[in-house]
Design a binder for this molecule. Structure first.
Ligand SMILES: Cc1cc2nc3c(=O)[nH]c(=O)nc-3n(C[C@H](O)[C@H](O)[C@H](O)COP(=O)(O)OP(=O)(O)OC[C@H]3O[C@@H](n4cnc5c(N)ncnc54)[C@H](O)[C@@H]3O)c2cc1C
Length: 882
């Protein structure tokens, strides 16, 4: 092996090339073209000389002629004041976790929105003239490509580029612009791109001078363009018909990692929008590594070690439950450090100091894969007599037997996925891909089962197996009972089933639309309360399970546990309500399902639910309560659902009961485009009431609708005795509640300290109900226990609006902590109306709040007011229905 050309070809032919596009800055005749795998490849002109190849090797991070990450990082950062170094994280002068608190950065970003915030600040402070980052482009005008690197020169354009794009990129076009147009730039990139850019800067003075800041992302791995295409194809959008994809739609009511993909494409000539969770999509589960670019498996640079600042997702249990997302932040550049500090000082950023172990743990799987297990991958290639690039971690033959198999399988899954997909596309058969890759997935899952057994210990596994056996026997018994029904003819059952369906839902007077998450006790209770109040007054309303805030799988779980009555057993056999029932293993689709079983069974026992169906034809629809008009989804069509966009011009009664925006200013809830989209729908409401005074003001100001009343949250329409009925009908009626009861969403160390202080002052013990955990086997306690806590305690401490409401209904002494994420206006408005302001403490002021100085509440006065308000609100609702 002697010529430079052969050395470069060795990198490319073995598939290690990063294809970042820096080659084109060495020789502009080298073009970047996307191939059938959906990856960029350099296309050589044939006019390259040995000198060109030598120079190309200098900017290729996989070659033996370029310095490694340690050498580059040392040159760049070792002299920065106060800098430290960790072998895994690299250099750092500051480590943080948090998010942007101002404007829409967080809502529109993938994680905490800090990346776009830094870019905007650099531009505002005139430290740069442009930002090199990724934007969505029109595939019709870009050879089918959906995203590419562009240069943004305004705040608006920078913001438009937010969100992670799991899509191939290359920088040749933008770097050529940088070369031809003087100015200062910041660039966002994954580790391998930033590394090759640093190598280019060593040989190209113009690039070195003009690219002032490198903003690094952490990157699990790089996907090819076929990844996006495959996600859409599984949903029926055939190759070539995908027009847009948003890989990171947040579900604020769920956990941070439970985000959705939104795909827009053409099916049967019609434009469709489809939203699915990544774990619901065959190719979407990242650990399988489908459509991975090979260089990602041969990089040991997890924390983008040569970038000035690094941003990633805070995949940590303590941040996971916050569906709005948080960033991990690693700072290496002084100026960016100052920018961040000033952001924190003026409260534009909410950041906590982070420890090294937190930063590493946030990417633990990736650290194992990219650093601990890369030596084995290098060794595996070497024994096949293949050339491998030099890596800092070196090659090693040893890995535990099970981990070795995992590595071999992962490698197979990612390499095969490319070819199998190309064949599936030729055969025009998506299922071919699923079938072929499914075999490898089975083996992979089997190995993970063995790993789990090893971790748990064999005795525990056997014990669990016995439990499973008993469960199987019970299921078989149930099945036996059910098969008796099957003996009747299928058609008769089908007809009977339809009749039952009509009987079940046909008697409904209308439908209620509300948020239907299963994580939040307050949400579930307000669903219950509105339906119960209506039924006490002679109206039967079904409560929709919507497919946006509660994924269908949850509904499916609900149905499963509810299949007790003959009506539902029959329906199950008919299976005519596809797609709600036909995927049996819900735990695989929705890993948290088991943790929510108490809440799911409460809903199934106490609320009359029905899957949302836009074709239902009820006479009356009610939307509310809870924060139904807060645009959680950043998607106007989903928001429009809560304004009845699906009813179109139908002649039905539309009522909003106690709907809430959850924020004081409309700009914090929806943008102008969304406001206009909502206008015709809100104008067609028959009657509107809101929960907060501020809501009525917003509606008047924005849509000019003045006739809006303020009413009580539905939970307040019921009395203490109604809730006691629920407690008494459960097994928990004898459960002892300690004098202090706490229920805190997103508990911080400051809140913990606060509660401990109260406990020390009062010398009393505590019963706590955890808010959603998202941790495996962390089963949330029953709703009835939550209710009992607020009824039987002497003092309740909570940051939940509904927790406060339940304390008031039960005349239980309480303290409510203000929590921005939960929407402060609803709490403050409420307390001031009842003269209970003293009971409020802002999260910021916990240290100075002295609970022992609280005056006792004049319950007589509160109850009188509540009675009046309850009467008005009940009358409002009942009158609306007449
Ligand atoms: C392919 C890929 C894999 C990732 N894997 C991980 C992971 O395993 N663990 C982890 O913690 N984080 C990972 N991230 C980073 C994470 O998804 C977020 O991008 C990061 O936390 C920043 O979030 P934010 O809300 O601050 O960014 P935002 O405010 O949403 O801004 C994101 C910025 O990144 C730019 N951008 C988007 N896609 C790309 C791209 N492909 N190449 C270059 N720039 C891009 C956008 O144009 C925008 O300027 C990955 C990102 C990508 C693109």
């Amino acid at each position: 092996m002697n010529s430079y050309r052969k050395k470069l070809e060795r990198i490319i032919k073995n598939g290690y090339g990063v294809k970042s596009g820096v080659y084109s800055l060495i020789d502009p005749r080298i073009e970047m073209k996307i191939d059938e795998r959906g990856e960029y490849q350099p296309v050589f002109s044939g006019l390259e000389t040995e000198v060109t190849y030598e120079n190309l090797l200098k900017v290729d991070m996989m070659s033996d002629y370029s310095p490694d990450e340690d050498q580059i990082a040392q040159q760049l950062f070792s002299r920065v004041k106060g800098i430290k170094r960790d072998p895994i994280i690299g250099y750092y002068s500051g480590l943080f976790i948090g998010h942007v608190a101002e404007n829409d950065f967080r809502k529109n970003g993938s994680s905490g929105g800090i990346t776009s915030w830094i870019l905007v600040e650099l531009l505002k402070q005139k430290k740069i003239d442009g930002v090199i980052h990724v934007q969505e482009v029109n595939p019709g005008k870009n050879n089918g490509i959906l995203f590419k690197y562009v240069i943004s020169r305004s705040e608006k354009d920078i913001k438009k580029g937010a969100k992670s794009r799991y899509y191939p990129m290359e920088m040749s076009e933008v770097l050529k612009i940088v070369k031809s147009r003087p100015g200062k730039y910041a660039i966002v990139g994954i580790p391998e791109f930033i590394m090759e850019l640093r190598l280019l800067a060593l040989v190209n003075e113009v690039i070195r001078d003009r690219i002032k800041y490198t903003i690094g992302l952490i990157c699990g791995h790089q996907k090819t363009a076929n990844y996006a295409e495959a996600l859409a194809w599984q949903q029926g959008i055939e190759p070539g018909n995908l027009k847009r994809i948003n890989f990171r739609v947040k579900q604020p009511q769920s956990t941070a990692s439970n985000y959705l993909h939104k795909m827009t494409g053409i099916i049967d000539g019609k434009k469709v929008h489809i939203m699915r969770g990544n774990s619901q999509l065959f190719a979407g589960y990242w650990p399988f590594g489908f459509f991975k670019s090979k260089f990602s498996d041969f990089s040991d640079n997890v924390f983008n070690e040569v970038a000035d600042v690094v941003l990633g997702d805070a995949w940590l249990s303590e941040y996971e439950s916050d569906g709005m997302g948080n960033n991990v932040v690693i700072i290496r550049n002084d100026e960016i450090g100052k920018l961040i500090t000033s952001g924190v000082t003026r409260s534009a950023l909410m950041l906590n100091d982070a420890r090294k172990d937190q930063i590493i743990n946030s990417q633990l799987g990736l650290v194992h894969h990219a650093r601990d297990e890369l030596p084995f991958r290098l060794f595996s290639e070497k024994i096949k007599l293949k050339w491998v690039p030099k890596k800092r971690v070196g090659s090693l033959p040893w890995l535990s037997p099970l981990r070795s198999v995992v590595q071999i399988l992962r490698y197979k899954m990612s390499t095969r996925s490319h070819q199998v997909y190309i064949t599936a596309r030729k055969k025009e058969d998506w299922l071919y891909f699923e079938r072929k890759m499914g075999k490898l997935i089975k083996k992979y899952k089997f190995i993970y089962k063995l790993i789990a057994i090893r971790k748990k210990g064999i005795l525990n596994v056997l014990r669990n197996k016995l439990r499973v056996r008993t469960r199987i026997l019970n299921t078989l018994r149930r099945l036996k009972r059910a098969t008796r029904i099957r003996t009747r003819s299928k058609q008769t059952i089908a007809a009977f089933g339809r009749y039952l369906d009509r009987r079940e839902y046909g008697q409904a007077d209308g439908a209620i639309l509300t948020l239907t998450g299963y994580f939040n006790y307050g949400n579930v209770l307000q669903r219950y309360a509105l339906q119960k109040f209506l039924s006490k007054n002679g109206y039967k309303f079904i409560s929709y399970v919507d497919s946006y805030s509660a994924p269908r799988d949850i509904y499916r779980i609900g149905r499963k546990t509810k299949l007790k009555t003959p009506v539902r057993a029959v329906k199950r056999f008919l299976n005519y309500q596809k797609p709600y029932w036909y995927i049996p293993k819900y735990s695989e689709i929705y890993p948290e399902a088991g943790n929510l079983k108490n809440i799911i069974s409460f809903v199934n026992k106490n609320i009359w639910i029905k899957p949302f169906d836009p074709n239902d034809d009820f006479n009356t629809y009610i939307v509310g309560s809870d924060q139904v008009w807060r645009n959680w989804w950043g998607d106007r069509e989903v928001l429009g659902y809560y304004f009845f966009n699906f009813l179109k011009g139908r002649n039905t009664k539309r009522i909003a009961y106690a709907a809430s925006f959850g924020k004081d200013k409309i700009e914090e809830v929806m943008n102008n485009d969304e406001l206009e989209y909502i206008r015709p729908y809100i104008e067609s409401f028959d009657r509107i009431s809101v929960r907060e005074k501020s809501g009525a003001g917003m509606i008047k100001k924005v849509w000019g609708i003045g006739n809006v009343d303020q009413v009580l949250d539905p939970t307040l329409l019921l009395k203490e005795s109604d809730y006691s009925e629920l407690i008494n009908s459960s097994d928990l009626k004898y459960e002892k509640i300690q004098p202090i009861f706490t229920y805190v969403l997103g508990e911080t160390p400051e809140i913990k300290d606060f509660i401990h202080r109260i406990q020390d002052d009062r010398q009393q013990s505590i019963t706590s109900v955890r808010a959603r955990g998202g941790i495996e086997n962390d089963i949330l306690p029953p709703v009835e226990l939550w209710l009992k806590g607020f009824r039987d305690a002497e003092l309740a401490v909570t940051n939940s609006f509904h927790g406060m409401v339940l304390s008031i209904i039960n005349n239980t002494d309480f303290i409510i902590i203000g929590r921005e994420a939960g929407g402060l206006s609803r709490i403050k408005d409420f307390l001031s109306e009842y003269g209970l302001n003293e009971r409020f403490v802002d999260e910021e002021n916990l240290k100075t709040f002295d609970s022992s100085k609280l005056k006792s509440i004049n319950w007589k006065k509160v109850n009188k007011k509540l009675k009046e308000r309850r009467k008005e609100s009940s009358e409002w609702l009942l009158k609306s229905l007449k």
